[in-house]
Design a protein around this ligand. Structure first.
Ligand code: GTQ
Ligand code: FE2
Length: 317
């Protein structure tokens, strides 16, 4: 080996050893606070529904495990995730259809927007999915969806797939018999949060200390090991406190309309829309009509690794 007596020879010595001088990197590895890479974004249900309907005619379940439309954050270089740790997707099941059983290590949940008569089977228990309900599919639970009603059923899926990608923990398999045998029906189940129960809980809830909503209840504690769910209510004219958290969030509008101001930018929303609020973005909500949102966040992950920081900020106009 050459004598390492100059910077030039030092850097040459790196070659082939897969090492890099920490002082020499072009991009820093540490920075003072969360960077703005994933962007705040809103997907309009009104834009997506006609596309899902068309896919309903053009794409049947023989072509795809699920008829879903992924909400890809428009930040440069991103091909999949909605926020860093989670992905959201709209999904449609038409009358008489079945999405076969499979299981995967990613945790999943579904927030039902429209349509009755569709059921999800999770580890052998069949529960109906009704508008406003939130249904859980924990990691490695078998799940299939099927409709025996006469309404199209639309919902929003949220999964921790990007986190699983990061951690290299992906396993996935299809059920050998396509569907689980020996299914039992249940109306109430630990995996189902019913809309009427959520409404009743919100009616007696205290205003949350963080001021992010008029009323808030947590669904589960947390709902999934990696994802927390909070149902929030806003009365007409309500304006929430300016707030930021290191947790990445995906909001689904169950009912109502209004806007979210995030980093000074205004995002209008209405029923069925999905809003991505990445980590450490300051935001507040304003409701024009009585509104309900479900917030899915990676709070449990942030808490578990000691990285949950929240801040209620001085209200700015
Ligand atoms: O319904 O099982 O949006 O496995 C993505 C992956 C939904 C599901 C998605 C899935 C599902
Ligand atoms: Fe799945």
């Amino acid at each position: 080996m050459n004598k390492l007596d100059s910077l030039e020879s030092l850097y040459q010595a790196f070659d082939g050893l897969s090492v890099e001088g920490g002082w020499y990197r072009r991009t820093p590895a540490l920075w003072p606070e969360p960077r703005k890479n994933f962007v705040p974004f809103r997907w309009r249900y009104a834009d997506v529904k006609p596309i899902l309907d068309a896919a309903g005619h053009l794409v049947d379940h023989a072509m795809a495990d699920r008829r879903n439309l992924t909400m890809t954050n428009p930040v440069e270089g991103n091909l999949y995730a909605t926020v860093r740790s989670m992905v959201a997707a709209y999904q449609l099941i038409k009358p008489g259809e079945t999405a076969d059983a499979h299981r995967h290590t990613p945790n999943a949940l579904r927030i039902i927007l429209e349509g009755k008569g569709t059921y999800t089977v999770v580890d052998g228990t069949r529960v109906e999915m009704r508008p406003g309900d939130v249904l859980l599919t924990p990691s490695w639970a078998w799940h299939s969806h099927s409709s025996n009603g006469n309404e199209d059923c639309y919902w929003v899926d949220v999964l921790d797939v990007p986190l699983v990608h990061l951690m290299e923990g992906m396993f996935f398999e299809r059920h050998p018999d396509k569907l689980e045998p020996d299914v039992v029906d249940a109306d109430s189940s630990p995996i189902a949060f019913r809309w009427e129960d959520t409404l009743a809980a919100l009616a007696v809830a205290a205003p949350p200390a963080h001021g992010m909503a008029e009323r808030e209840v947590e669904l589960g504690n947390p709902a999934l090991r990696t994802v927390a769910l909070h149902a929030q209510r806003f009365n007409a004219g309500f304006c929430s406190a300016l707030y930021r958290t290191t947790a990445n969030s995906i909001f689904t509008v169950i009912q109502g309309r209004g806007r979210t101001v995030v980093d000074g930018e205004t995002i209008e929303w209405a029923m069925g829309d999905v809003i991505a609020i990445p980590a450490w973005r300051a935001y507040r909500h304003e409701a024009d009509a009585e509104s309900f949102m479900v917030r899915a966040s990676d709070e449990p992950v942030m808490r578990a690794i000691g990285m949950l920081r929240e801040e209620v900020m001085r209200q700015s106009v």
